[in-house]
Design a binder for this molecule. Sequence first.
Ligand code: NDP
Length: 277
Amino acid sequence: MRQVALRNGTRVPALGLGTWKMGEDVRQRAQEVRALATGIDLGATLIDTAEMYADGRSEELVAAAIKGRREGVYLVSKVLPQNASRAGTVKACEASLKRLKTDCIDLYLLHWRGSVPFAETLAGFDDLMQAGKIRGFGVSNLDLKEMKEWSGLSRGDKTLANQVQYSIESRGIDFDLLPWCRERAIAVMAYCPLAQGGIPRNAALVRVAERHRATPAQIMLAWVLRHEHVIAIPKSAKPERVRENVQAADIMLSTEDLAELGKAFPPPRKAQPLAMS
Ligand code: NDP
């Protein structure tokens, strides 16, 4: 599995596992745990979750999937904006740690901007770093203007990643946010890289997939991963699809592939509001 180097020196897999909507239905639980365990077996050892997902039950599911192999996994979780005061951030993290059955989260993100001042959340992240309860922190759903504001605050320059929506169909960040993050070695974690399962029926996508003996979904993932500082976190509750998704990390798109895809899915010509799910 190709790795992405974070600015604190940690290397993480370029393709990780999303968990939104996992843990909502107990009847799916065994299969969801199997899907995550399959991903870990195949080298997709980064798992993305959040206190929000299934009201904490996604984190509990992750705990079951990583049982006995915590050391080999890079855990990402998120604090809800309404909990992101200095003390609230610490409290929310401690609750996540309990559900995740671990004593440290590798990367802890502010899920999106709320009404709490950024400086408060950063102070909470700092408290958690000092206490050894998180190994790094970052943000999610911040647009370029918000990123500049966040990064300019005390400790903001330690931000490891911004997790944002990014797919071949939703590529607004190509205009400004993506290059801005690259210049500062801030990783971009691409969420909804498969357009939430709505794989576009597009002739160019199919042609490129055929050239690589791959599926259109795999080409969508390879397209997101064409940048060195981008991490994709597709979600699948099906072990066989997790296998398909992980294999996509090995596909290298040629200049010709990228040109063909760029015609079918043109890059933005001006700044666009950040897409959010
Ligand atoms: P994705 O783009 O990852 O798509 C997930 C959907 O695609 C599921 O319905 C899944 O179905 C289907 N799917 C998975 N693999 C394939 C495949 N190979 N072929 C066809 N369909 C496939 O959307 P998500 O919204 O889940 O985003 C990924 C992750 O990003 C989330 O799970 C979450 O961890 C994170 N996220 C973060 C957000 C934020 O605000 N920070 C917002 C949204 C997501 P099935 O499970 O049945 O295989």
